[in-house]
Write a protein that binds this ligand. Structure first.
Ligand code: NAD
Length: 328
């Protein structure tokens, strides 16, 4: 199987090249560019493409893939909201993903954002580098004894809930399908979660139902001084409403690993660019907002797991024994 790998970063290439020796019938060519209506033409002669979270896999891109003879899309991620799955299914293109690689990697990053936002680590770091050892304005709260609200208690949400429990927090949860084995979580309505939680962390997928679930009405229900963390998908939060909420001083801190309109920024060094959207700049202008660039997955363990599952997905397709749980 010949795979064309898009949006390659040095850490991807290193991980995939070192694992490839175990997969004798698979070869990979790596491209730094991401897939688009222009670059999709490069897929002629390949059997599969390997894509990631920022790849925009629209209906027209899928048509071009079909015309190039591509039968398989290997998504090296869990969330596939960037793929037009209906169009892929209609064209008979199989889409395989990595449903779980290291839930702890993302949960630990969510807690890192919560800690940083709470104790203002981003500000303290800059201050001490400038020989400013003042503590004014850096007061946080103890998480111990406070309440965490976890929205979406699947793999990552469960890992985050366990971290919160370990810190001595009470844990509230909201999920369409509550997980009864997480007996330390008190499941409740969204309204209750909003009004009771000191820390709210989002871990549900982006669907029509969850699009902009954090809007003005939700924000109004939240406790003053709440800390909000999103490591799931940007469009769970209406950024315009979030900015209005920030201006009402609702939040003591916000940690975003994902945000609306992140697409052109994700994983790119854009320091010399004029950004086409003001969302990032506006969010970064607030002293209590920390933004990271979709790096929740970026641990050695997660990269290894993504590599092995992606190559196993390719091998399972070759063998005609697709791993059903990985098909979307
Ligand atoms: P999962 O499928 O294990 O869990 C998702 C949970 O959300 C499930 O329990 C499901 O029942 C629940 N859910 C579905 N619809 C809901 C709704 N309307 N309201 C409340 N809960 C709902 O998924 P996961 O592996 O825990 O991943 C969660 C999300 O994290 C993914 O969808 C992805 O967008 C994101 N993610 C981000 C990164 C990153 O690097 N920042 C990496 C991986 C995944």
């Amino acid at each position: 199987m010949k795979i064309l790998f898009f949006d390659t970063k040095p850490y991807d290439k290193e991980a995939f090249e070192s694992a490839l020796s175990e997969y004798k019938n698979i070869t990979i060519d790596f491209l730094e560019t991401d897939i688009s209506c222009h670059t999709v033409r490069l897929t002629k002669g390949y059997d599969a493409v390997c894509l990631f979270v920022a790849s925009s896999v629209t209906e027209s891109v899928l048509h071009c893939l079909y015309e190039s003879g591509i039968k398989l899309i290997l998504m090296r991620c869990a969330g596939v909201n960037n793929v037009d799955l209906n169009a892929a299914h209609k064209l008979g293109i199989t889409v395989l993903r990595v449903p779980a690689y290291s839930p702890e990697a993302i949960a630990e990053h969510a807690m890192a954002l919560a800690f940083a936002a709470n104790r203002k680590i981003h500000k303290a770091y800059i201050r001490t580098r400038e020989n400013n050892f003042s503590l004014t304005g850096l007061t946080g709260v103890n998480f111990h004894g406070k309440t965490a609200g976890i929205i979406g208690t699947g793999r990552i949400g469960a890992a985050m809930a366990k971290i919160c429990l370990g810190l001595g927090m009470s844990v509230l949860g909201y999920d369409k399908y509550p997980n009864k084995s997480l007996d330390f979580i008190k499941y409740c309505s969204l309204d209750e979660l909003y009004s009771e939680s000191d820390l709210i962390s989002l871990h549900c997928p982006l669907t029509e139902e969850t699009y902009h679930m954090i809007n003005l009405s939700a924000i109004e229900k939240m406790k003053p001084g709440v800390i909000l963390v999103n490591t799931s998908r940007g469009a769970l939060i209406s950024t315009e409403d979030l900015i209005k909420g920030i201006r009402t001083l609702k939040f003591s801190g916000i940690g975003l690993d994902v945000y609306e309109e992140e697409q052109p920024n994700v994983f790119e060094n854009r320091e010399d660019d004029i950004l086409e959207s003001s969302v990032t700049a506006r969010l970064l202008s607030f002293p209590n907002v920390i933004v990271t660039s979709h790096q929740g997955f970026l641990t050695k363990e997660a990269l290894e797991a993504i590599t092995v599952t992606t190559l196993d997905n390719a091998q399972s397709f070759i063998n005609g024994k697709i791993i059903k749980d990985n098909m979307v």
